[in-house]
Design a binder for this molecule. Structure first.
Ligand SMILES: Nc1ncnc2c1ncn2[C@@H]1O[C@H](COP(=O)(O)OP(=O)(O)OP(=O)(O)O)[C@@H](O)[C@H]1O
Ligand SMILES: O=P(O)(O)OC[C@H]1O[C@H](OP(=O)(O)OP(=O)(O)O)[C@H](O)[C@@H]1O
Ligand SMILES: O=C(O)c1cccnc1
Length: 498
């Protein structure tokens, strides 16, 4: 996968915030550039007030890391940057350091298509401080967007309840790469196809579509337009029936359907793109059935999202296929996932790992320290809880306590021996070398479907979902509390002395 390269014809190493580079420079000056550190990428709250999220974007991350090197032109650009007094921002020695920089981090990550929950890492980066730091912004950029859209798509597909969802978002998406990444993520989240032909070519997503009002309007009558379309696509006729009068449009579609049938072909169906979609789809179903077209599909579109689809279902709308664009690819009701990337441990001069917490007034914002991973426990293929644990700690098979990171009174006890388990962070890069065999997009989509299946339906409820248990293993909880208290005592002592 090399979409990033194809799109920009250049190396993306500068696709980072300027402060990452100035920090990198300052680390280098302080002799800390190579100090080993661990960072975790996680989000704190599901988007769309939902009960689950679907991880996506790792393939782009892999691509980014594989191409992580400073080219001559990147270095030239940095070399000409000046401070206000006219001096260069970056010393030549630092630019030389960047020139020789080879990606050497360990990356462990949740596979794409995995259902994920707040606070548990989606990606863990371990390596020299400078490299970890430079990766913050691009990793967030990639994962935030694709995870958001995959989640939105999954919600829309939950609402569609198995009916095909065609992604029509390109014209309203956030630019070119936003559209491409959205089509990819939407496919992972369960959409059946995309209207974006480039996404079809680049990712192998099935491409599909109907026709627009302009096609109808270019003829004198709707009937002529349908006939001409049937002539061009006898196997693929989906007639857009709402350009003038929807009921008349359905009648015209039936007429052309009959002509096609005489030629041994079957119309695929009709599309309704305006008005009361419940009313018109029910009318259309009745008319099509009575005319002998019970197999003709009814496609609906027009600013759909999971809430409208749910509402239309409760109105018993006779819609077989959903075309969804704007609200899917722009994540209309929540345009960003707030994933963050935080330092959780650093090695001291003696080579000992020092776990780190950033103490915040809001307990929600206190990060999880140390080199941790996540285990998902399953009971008969159903996910029951996620446990974040310190990798070096032995897990007692006879009993673990999983403690909510925000409210430590919320706890779940379970006996690991009674469950099957999956370690969620999988090794992707080891010392800069890719050791993960990248699954095809089809496989990722299958994983997403299985993962969503493993989640109880109460967590997939679109409104007020039941909270899935995710927490810290006891030892990790104690370590975190200890570090928080220590830092607070330290602050108090300092305050008393002042
Ligand atoms: N029966 C229904 N129940 C709930 N929502 C519906 C129903 N029928 C249509 N909708 C939704 O209501 C909104 C209607 O928007 P709007 O009024 O802009 O469309 P319209 O006037 O029918 O068509 P146009 O796009 O041509 O303006 C759309 O989001 C559509 O999906
Ligand atoms: O509504 P979305 O979920 O974004 O789906 C894509 C929309 O794009 C097309 O029309 P367009 O909006 O360009 O024009 P129209 O509203 O006049 O049909 C199509 O007919 C859908 O309505
Ligand atoms: O093929 C379609 O019907 C389509 C494509 C893009 C946007 N709206 C509809």
């Amino acid at each position: 996968m090399k979409i990033t390269k194809d799109l920009y014809q250049s190396n993306l190493v500068l696709l980072t915030d300027f402060y990452q580079l100035t920090m990198a420079y300052a680390y280098w000056k302080a002799g800390k550039g190579e100090q080993e550190a661990v960072f975790n990428l996680f989000f704190r709250k599901h988007p769309f007030q939902g009960g689950f999220s679907l991880a996506a974007g790792l393939d782009y991350v892999i691509d980014y890391c594989k191409n992580f090197r400073f080219s001559g032109t990147d270095l030239d650009y940095l070399a000409q940057m000046k401070n206000q007094d006219g001096s260069p921002v970056f010393e030549v020695g630092f630019l030389d350091y960047l020139k020789n920089l080879k990606f050497s981090c360990d990356i462990d990550a949740v596979e794409e298509g995995t259902v994920v929950f707040p606070n548990a890492p989606l990606i863990r980066v371990r390596g020299p401080l400078i490299q970890c730091q430079l990766l913050e912004t691009p990793l967030l950029n990639i994962i935030n967007f694709q995870t958001l859209i995959a989640t939105k798509a999954a919600r829309i597909n939950v609402a569609a309840n198995g009916a095909p969802v065609l992604e029509f978002g390109l014209r309203r998406a956030q630019g070119i790469d936003g559209a491409l990444a959205a089509s990819r993520a939407a496919y992972i989240g369960g959409c059946t196809s995309t209207s974006n032909v480039m996404a079809g070519k680049l990712f192998g997503i099935p491409v599909s579509g109907t026709h627009a009002h302009s096609w109808i309007m270019s003829f004198d009558t709707e009937l002529e337009a349908f006939e001409a379309y049937a002539e061009a696509f006898p196997e693929k006729c989906v007639f857009l029936v709402d350009t003038y009068d929807t009921i008349q449009g359905i009648k015209n579609a039936i007429k052309v359907g009959e002509i096609l049938r005489e030629k041994g072909k079957e119309m695929v169906g009709i599309r309704i793109d305006s008005g009361d979609l419940a009313y018109f789809s029910i009318q259309a179903r009745q008319m099509l059935d009575e005319a002998g077209f019970p197999e003709a599909k009814i496609v609906a579109s027009n600013d759909l999202d999971e809430q409208i689809i749910t509402s239309l279902k409760t109105q018993e709308a006779a819609i077989d296929v959903w075309g969804v664009g704007t609200k899917l690819v722009t994540a209309y009701d929540q345009p960003a996932l707030g994933a963050v990337y935080k330092l959780s441990a650093i090695k001291d001069e003696k080579g000992k790992w020092v776990p780190k917490v950033k103490v915040s007034q809001q307990s929600l914002k206190i990060n999880i320290p140390g080199l941790h991973n996540v285990k998902r426990y399953y009971s008969k293929d159903k996910a029951v809880a996620d446990m974040i644990y310190l990798e070096e700690e032995e897990i007692n098979p006879r009993g673990v306590v999983i403690i909510d990171p925000i409210d430590p009174t919320r706890r779940k006890r379970l006996m690991p021996a009674f469950y099957s388990e999956e370690v969620l962070l999988k090794p992707i890069f080891k010392e800069g070398k890719l050791i993960y065999s990248i699954p095809s997009l089809e496989k990722i989509r299958e994983r997403a479907a299985q993962q969503l299946e493993s989640l109880d339906k109460t967590h997939k409820r679109l409104v007020n979902p039941h909270l899935y248990p995710v927490g810290l293993e006891e030892n990790l909880h104690h370590l975190r509390m200890e570090l928080v208290l220590k830092s607070q005592n330290f602050e108090n002592e300092k305050n008393e002395q002042e």
